[in-house]
Design a protein around this ligand. Sequence first.
Ligand code: VGL
Ligand code: ZN
Length: 204
Amino acid sequence: MKALILVDIQNDFCPGGALEVTEGDKVVAIANAIMDKFDLIIATQDWHPANHGSFAANHLWRKPGQVIELNGLEQILWPMHCVQESFGAEFHKDLNTEKINKIFQKGTDVEIDSYSGFFDNGRKKSTGLSDYLKDLKIEKVYVMGLATDYCVKFTALDALEQGFETYVIKDGTKGVNMQPKDSKNALLEMKEAGIHIVDSSEIS
Ligand code: VGL
Ligand code: ZN
């Protein structure tokens, strides 16, 4: 049984959004095109309260891109994004959400960020995604979406660590690239960890 995990295909990560990823909207058509090849479709949704600790605006004098310590963890500060119930937090309007079986929201705790769809960044709380997939006898997990160098990377690494045969669909991800090579390095890191990097055209 194989599952597709659509990571954070939300307005704020698409062109014009608060934390826009170059060509982030290009992953939508790829997601829609491959949905029928999977037994189960999961979407993760970055879902922050407005006072979230990862927002630069919630720390006096801080700017996006700066790094602070948030409850003992290194935290990159982001522009305010994916605020619960806001337009920016909605899935891209063209994403075929009818085929999504279950949505896992993350980043809801003010005190800690959550890049992975499985655990928060401190690995203190699970979202329940791993047990959900195991209960449904999923063995293979395909990950795509936004962004390659953050939420896709950490979701895929956790999927692998949780024992799933893990694939990242390269043409179905786009990166933030705070440094120009961040996405390239993220894909290398995933590959070295044992994740299969594939093209959407290779999925049968
Ligand atoms: C993400 C930064 C902050 C992502 C989410 O979806 O990759 N990146 N929140
Ligand atoms: Zn976020």
